[in-house]
Unconditional design. Structure first.
Length: 156
């Protein structure tokens, strides 16, 4: 159990150090605009993938911490905050409003990875409902591994 926790914390730290990918950070910064001399958030992004990645970043900060502490309610809350994001990304893929910054021709592979990722999120939700911390930690690590692999493949 300590080994799983240590690896989970390691991968989360790695993701935090890496931060947002440049295309997400710059897109997020471009969403700021000036209103009466102050900077205000702009309307929602036109790229649902960026919206989903931003939501995942926030959710995973809570998920990793809460899973390590066995706080099932906080993990469930973080998972629930993601509802709807996947559907928007999938619709954006169909409508062409989602573009992959790297390996754009591999859209089918991206879609398959995304589906597997969300299946793992469902498995994490089930583990929290069973209050199985060991399983929560194992699945959290798998999810983070999936993030890293996907970013290596599809992010510039």
């Amino acid at each position: 159990m300590k080994r799983i926790l240590r690896k989970t914390v390691y991968f989360f730290t790695l993701l935090l150090i890496a931060g947002f990918p440049p295309e997400i950070s710059s897109a997020h910064n471009e969403q700021q605009h000036h209103v009466h001399g102050s900077t205000q958030p702009a309307p929602a992004s036109t790229n649902p993938l960026i919206e989903e990645m931003t939501a995942l970043d926030a959710a995973f900060r809570d998920i990793v911490s809460a899973a390590a502490l066995g706080d099932t309610e906080k993990v469930q809350g973080a998972i629930e905050s993601l509802h709807g994001a996947m559907e928007k990304t999938r619709e954006g893929m169909r409508a062409g409003t989602v573009t992959l910054p790297k390996n754009a021709a591999r859209t089918k592979e991206f879609t398959e990875r995304d589906a597997k990722f969300h299946e793992k999120l469902d498995a994490l939700d089930r583990a929290t409902r069973r209050k199985n911390q060991r399983e929560m930690l194992r699945i959290t690590k798998q999810l983070l591994d999936g993030c890293v692999q996907c970013h290596q493949t599809f992010r510039k």
